[in-house]
Ligand binder design. Structure first.
Ligand SMILES: Nc1ncnc2c1ncn2[C@@H]1O[C@H](COP(=O)(O)OP(=O)(O)OP(=O)(O)O)[C@@H](O)[C@H]1O
Length: 333
């Protein structure tokens, strides 16, 4: 049996770990794909089925990457990034909804250097989540032009699973439930997939428990949550904490956090923001989507981008969020 966990975290698992809980011991996860535009985990359990999608049917339109690749090891010319390495470079990215062909992304440009936190803000429907989902290879969208270079590699040529293993993580707006799979089994499988990729020995249940235990404190989660099925019966806030727990367990070079503040009470917001801050190093980066200044005050992005009608129309520092909070989008434009 192969378990494919796509971006968040997409990895191919050859065998399930030993069970921690009765629910996982009797796991009868149907061999179906759990996927929707808002899934936190594009999750497939298949016997022999290949990965469910290949991302782009329109690669012939994509911009050649040679110029972009050469910038990976170069310091920024803007000065403000110093000698930091370019982690993600998005150029003129356009994308449509695969089913209808409707264009949503209309030429997105964005560069993220290591150690940086960026926020994307914008009106409802401006394309923020679509942008995030296109980056992780969501099958609902088709890239029609532009380029995306991640750690010097052409991201658009990678399967969703490869993107995750390359160090991309996405926390979705509405994390899904995975009935029949306990949280700890799920995390152990995903973590071991990453270790296999790094040629490291897998962790058994006891070792993994020791590894994960301190991370529960980080997100202020009780141990009971490990034995419950993934997100089943979790409140909105608990699901968000669980997403950050996944991030803490798996690690990532670039974490894309889509509205992690939605549905959180003030204390939960502080916990989640604290956990994200504690995971930040000079080598990894965060791209967060938010509507509210309160998250920005906790996580403090260096750059705020305003998205409008599928494009980034303005970039600035934290002062943009303050103007936005006071005067709305018209104050910015
Ligand atoms: N899979 C899809 N099928 C149909 N329409 C879609 C799909 N994905 C996105 N859209 C449409 O694309 C537009 C942009 O959606 P998106 O979710 O990216 O916006 P957003 O900026 O994240 O909005 P919000 O702030 O409300 O979360 C919307 O009009 C949305 O209805």
């Amino acid at each position: 049996m192969a378990l494919n966990l796509l971006p968040y975290p997409p990895c191919t698992l050859s065998s399930p770990p030993q069970s921690y809980s009765s629910s996982s011991a009797t796991s009868s996860v149907p061999f179906t794909r759990y996927a929707s535009p808002s899934n936190s985990l594009l999750f497939t359990l298949t016997a022999t089925r290949p990965l469910p999608f290949r991302t782009n049917h329109a690669r012939r339109h994509l911009t050649p990457l040679s110029a972009s690749l050469s910038t990976f090891d170069s310091p920024s010319t803007s000065g403000s990034h110093g000698k930091k390495k370019l982690l993600l470079e998005v150029k003129d990215l356009t994308a449509v909804i695969a089913e209808s062909g409707k264009e949503i992304l209309k030429g997105v440009n964005l560069s993220v250097y290591e150690g940086e936190v960026h926020a994307v803000m914008g009106k409802n429907g401006s394309g923020k989540s679509t942008f995030a989902k296109v980056l992780v290879g969501h099958p609902d969208y088709e890239v029609t032009g532009g380029s995306v270079v991640f750690k010097g590699e052409n991201l658009l040529e990678m399967e969703a699973e490869e993107r995750s293993l390359a160090g991309l993580f996405m926390s979705f707006q509405s994390p899904i439930e995975i009935p029949g799979v306990s949280n700890i089994d799920f995390l152990n499988m995903a973590y071991n997939a990453r270790r296999r990729k790094l040629n490291l020995p897998e962790l058994g249940p006891i070792e993994f428990y020791a590894y994960i235990f301190p991370k529960l404190d980080l997100v202020n989660m009780k141990t009971d949550f490990l034995n419950r099925n993934v997100n089943e019966g979790f409140s909105g806030g608990e699901r968000k904490r669980n997403e950050i727990l996944q991030l803490a367990v798996l690690g990532a070079d670039l974490s894309i956090l889509d509205e992690i503040d939605s549905g959180l009470d003030v204390d939960a917001l502080r916990d989640v923001a604290k956990a994200v801050n504690s995971l930040l190093t000079t080598q990894n980066s965060v791209l967060m989507i938010t509507h509210y200044q309160r998250l920005i005050e906790f996580i403090k992005p260096a750059y705020i981008h305003i998205m409008e009608d599928g494009k980034i129309v303005k970039t600035g520092d934290i002062s943009i969020a303050k103007i936005l909070e006071k005067g709305g989008f018209k104050a910015i434009s």
